[in-house]
Ligand binder design. Structure first.
Ligand code: NAI
Ligand code: MG
Length: 331
């Protein structure tokens, strides 16, 4: 039996996650769902942003669906970002972020790419210090092991998607040690996997320009943590913006699906949150964690049908409930 640990978090996480769970339950009627806490409200209640009970449940269940968390605007003693804690403690060391055109929302219909972002190190190790009153230093950690791991996952995704090109994105001309190690480790793994013929590379600045100029030329992009964070937000412009951007924090036997958007305090409680990013994140759990590609296809086709039949204006005016109901009709 499949089990799912549900972590709504803060703000609209409480609205979009239950909606995505109801959709998943339609596709997997025997799914066992248990809710767990994390985030800013949780920190205010318990003094920690991710309780041990949540980590334990995640380890036991393997699959998680996370909404979004709010972050305090100023430094708060003892507070640690909930999603960074989950990614690090559960070794969810790759983030998978697909971007595709959707009818009615996208200004071009030929985009279908996927960004695989190293999710555990790079500049996000969070080692910052003041070397003097006028000099702040951030460390960037790149390891052979984490770089090889993201390349191995890229090989798996390339086979599943039947990819024709794998683009390594880096800045090895300026950062030859860190980016050089990333690029060479990825190249070695992909060659060992027999995929050397598909590998291509781009400097990150050129990749940003080309993602705007000719996004249709990209298939699978593999990159480091910060570059992947920025490029995936940029690329999701083609799918119609944050409301449609899903992601999967992908570990070995343990994954947390997560819409790219935040807790949207400006609309939280109004019923206006679009649940589709959370629902499409659930589709990633189906495809990459549960290996249920046919169910994922069915769910993505239903979203496509919904977007074909409802105009953007109609969609924009809808509440979370109506979008969910209209989607369920098309499943
Ligand atoms: P945000 O993504 O929450 O909101 C940006 C804008 O997009 C807002 O106008 C919001 O109403 C709208 N929006 C976002 N998701 C939507 C949806 N599903 N349907 C309709 N409209 C949607 O980003 P923002 O405002 O920068 O951050 C708000 C809070 O969220 C902050 O505390 C931030 O730290 C946190 N955040 C958390 C993330 C996470 O949990 N992974 C990611 C990004 C931000
Ligand atoms: Mg981001």
């Amino acid at each position: 039996m499949k089990r799912l640990c549900v972590i709504p978090g803060d703000g609209i996480g409480h609205e979009v996650v239950p909606s995505a769970v109801r959709v998943l339950e339609r596709l997997m009627p025997s799914l066992q769902v248990t809710e767990a806490e994390a985030g800013w409200e949780c920190f205010q209640r318990h003094g920690c942003s991710v309780p041990d009970t949540t980590l334990k449940l995640m380890r036991e269940y393997g699959a998680g669906l996370f909404g979004a968390v709010s972050s305090p605007a100023h430094r708060v003693e003892g507070y640690r970002s909930a999603i960074l804690t989950l990614r690090q403690d559960l070794k969810l060391s790759v983030s998978l972020r697909p971007v595709r055109s959707w009818p009615g929302l996208s200004t071009r219909m030929d985009v279908n790419l996927l960004i695989l972002r190293e999710n555990s190190e790079g500049l996000y190790v969070g080692h910052e210090h003041m070397a003097s009153a006028d000099m702040a230093i951030a460390e960037r950690h790149i390891s052979r092991q984490a770089s090889e791991h993201v390349a191995q996952r890229a090989a798996e995704v390339a086979r599943l998607r039947d990819s024709q090109r794998i683009t390594l994105v880096h800045k090895a001309n300026v950062l030859p040690l860190t980016c050089g190690l990333f690029r060479d480790s990825c190249r070695n793994v992909l060659a060992a996997e027999g995929l050397a013929g598909l590998v291509d590379e781009r400097l990150v600045d050129v990749a940003a320009l080309q993602l705007i100029e000719r996004p249709q030329d990209f298939d699978l992009l593999v990159t480091t943590n910060l570059f992947g964070d920025i490029l995936s937000d940029l690329a999701c412009y083609w799918s119609g913006g944050l409301g449609l951007a899903p992601s999967l924090n992908w570990g070995r036997g343990i994954s947390i699906a997560e819409p790219v958007h935040g807790s949207a305090p400006d609309i939280a409680g109004s019923g206006k949150a679009n649940p589709l990013a959370a629902i499409l994140s659930a589709a990633l759990l189906l495809r990459y964690h549960w290996h249920a590609g046919l169910l994922a296809d069915q769910l993505e086709r239903a979203v496509e049908l919904l977007l074909t039949e409802l105009s953007v204006a109609e969609l924009g005016d809808q509440t979370t409930d109506i979008i969910e109901r209209e989607l369920l009709k098309r499943l």
